[in-house]
Design a protein around this ligand. Structure first.
Ligand SMILES: [Zn+2]
Length: 100
């Protein structure tokens, strides 16, 4: 199984790229980055698929909050909490799905 090459988030198509170059957000190293202007989600290369899926889930949160405008009203910390919650929900879902 691999990550999808693209994903539709609230009707907008984002490219999903696993990249070998260093990813940073506000100058800090990151495992995933969402470019909401160009609609590209980049994920660090070389991580287990489960981790990449978790990162993708987090980045989908960033894309969603950008599209619906909430990222403009929330603090950076609140945005990160929402995105980590998205990740946890997906991870719990995948665990439950795999147990069937
Ligand atoms: Zn984040």
């Amino acid at each position: 199984m691999k990550l999808p090459k693209s994903i539709v988030i609230l009707g907008r198509k984002f490219s999903v790229k696993v990249v070998k170059h260093e990813l940073t957000v506000d100058g800090k190293a990151a495992s995933g980055v969402t470019d909401t202007v160009n609609r590209i989600i980049e994920i660090e290369h070389g991580l287990p698929l489960r981790e990449q899926l978790g990162i993708l889930s987090h980045e989908i949160g960033h894309a969603t909050l950008s599209i619906n405008g909430l990222s403009e009203t929330l603090t950076d910390r609140e945005v990160e909490i929402v995105c980590q919650t998205c990740r946890s929900v997906v991870e719990d879902f995948v665990k439950a799905f795999n147990k069937r």
